[in-house]
Design a protein around this ligand. Structure first.
Ligand code: PLP
Length: 450
């Protein structure tokens, strides 16, 4: 992608003159950040450039979304052309051709049977949509007592009320009251005592799926609509599903008429070596939530992929009536659909949706070479996802990893931290030498911070 762009000169000096006060930044320590802001001004291929012209290698695909690398021409051009042709079209009782085309192409990429597509604008909205479809489906098929939702400890499903209710991150929940009623959680699968430094899927832990049986025994299956899990949990420290775990969840759901939702907001679009992690792990859920890589991060968009049989259950009433009272002003936004089509073209042209499988051996070896560095207590990987967990500094959880993040950023590599785990999720166009650059920079940073 080196010579794709000649426009956009590098900014050579800071251009911002406005105050930093008004912008209340999300998931950010605002006061600390504003004392020493990190401002990005341009992006292309594998790199960002800061507003003062420094080049930063992107080790995290922006935020798990820029899977094809930055500013790819087909995506840029599709957005530009669509903006000029038709900026907006109402999605209720109206549509535009690109919405159907994108849905059709997503259905073809999805695991078998998940060929109905509901568009949203984010991962959080995809989660809310999937939870609502699950409950409404149970009612539509005459199982209206099934309203309970099951999530998982350490799960992250975005920030809306449904998502934080089924989610399992205390910091995201505790300030916001009683949340959704009728939610329960199974345990997470992270078990360093049995699985530390696993390469790929950990050996131990399929038995943790049996927590769902315990909840069925406790609540009765007739009260449970759905269970939602991330096949690979990213935001809570890169947790890889143990061998057999997802299949066991699938079997328990089938036994009890419970829908299985995979939240693939980060694993969708090639992150684990197949279009969806469901395909990588060979387990087909009933619904898949997506976002991020659907437009390569270029325009906000999400989608829920739904089994046709679920969709068809809604299609039994009179034809002139709305089947599902749900949707967003910006569902299937023309710019997002254009970006999505340009993105799928780019993925297809370059074979990117299977590229993580090609690189995962090299990536795994590189990431696991950090074993033995100061304070590294676990390393986990799958596809082009890596997690390097550091022992927390006493009394300062998250601080050691954040210092590593700052050190890497100063040296031109963007990583991400969640708690004391460093998460890597580079664009799928990454080259081997760039994997080395990320890992070498990390090695230096971990040692310096120690
Ligand atoms: N679900 C998962 C698994 C995620 O990782 C994320 C975001 O990282 C979300 C949902 C929320 O997506 P968004 O931030 O687009 O609302």
């Amino acid at each position: 992608t080196a010579n794709e762009f000649t426009a956009n000169p590098l900014p050579s000096q800071r251009t911002m003159s406005s105050s930093l006060d008004a912008y209340w930044m999300p998931f950010t320590a605002n006061r600390q950040f504003k004392k020493a802001p990190r401002l990005l001004a341009r992006a292309e291929g594998m790199h960002y450039w800061t507003d003062d012209g420094r080049q930063i290698l992107d080790g995290v695909a922006g935020l798990w979304c820029v899977n094809a690398g930055h500013a790819r021409p087909k995506i840029v051009q599709a957005i530009q052309a669509q903006a000029a042709q038709m900026d907006y079209a109402p999605p209720f009782q109206m549509a535009h051709p690109q919405a159907f085309e994108l849905a059709d192409r997503l259905a073809k990429l999805a695991p078998p049977g998940l060929n109905r597509v509901f568009f949203t604008n984010s991962g959080s909205e995809s989660v809310e949509t999937a939870l609502k479809i699950a409950i409404a489906y149970q009612r539509a098929r005459g199982e209206g007592t099934r309203t309970r939702l099951i999530g998982r400890e350490r799960g992250y499903h975005g920030v809306n009320f449904g998502g934080i209710s089924v989610g399992g991150i205390v910091a995201n929940r505790k300030a916001f009251g009683t949340l959704l009623a009728g939610v329960d959680h199974i345990r997470h699968t992270h078990d360093p005592a049995r699985n530390a430094f696993s390469v790929g899927q950990p050996e131990h832990g399929a038995d943790l799926a049996d927590d769902l049986e315990r909840l069925v025994a406790l609540h009765d299956a007739s009260t449970i609509a759905a269970v939602i899990v991330e096949p690979v949990a990213g935001s809570t420290g890169v947790l890889i599903p143990p061998q057999g775990y997802l299949q066991r969840l699938r079997d328990i759901c089938d036994r009890h008429g419970i829908l299985l939702i995979f939240d693939e907001v980060i694993t969708g679009f090639g992150r684990t070596g197949q279009p969806f992690a469901a395909q990588t792990f060979g387990v087909t859920p009933d619904l898949i939530t997506t976002a991020k890589g659907i437009t390569n991060g270029a325009v906000p968009m999400g989608a829920v992929l739904v089994k046709q049989a679920i969709h068809d259950t809604f299609m039994n009433g009179p034809e002139h009536l709305i089947e599902l009272f749900h949707g967003y002003t910006y569902s299937a936004h023309p710019l997002a659909c254009a970006a999505g089509l340009g993105t799928l073209d780019t993925y297809a042209d370059e074979g990117l949706l299977t590229q993580a499988g090609e690189l995962q051996g090299y990536f795994a070896e590189a990431v696991h070479s950090l074993r033995g560095c100061a304070h590294v207590i676990d390393i986990r990987n799958i596809g082009l996802v890596g997690g390097i967990e550091l022992a927390p500094r006493p009394g300062e959880p998250g601080k050691r990893a954040f210092d590593v993040f700052l050190d890497c950023y100063e040296r031109g590599v963007l990583i991400r931290t969640t708690g004391d785990t460093i998460a890597l999720s580079p664009p799928l166009i990454i080259e081997r030498g760039q994997i080395d650059q990320i890992v070498d920079t990390l090695r230096g940073a971990i040692n310096r911070v120690a």
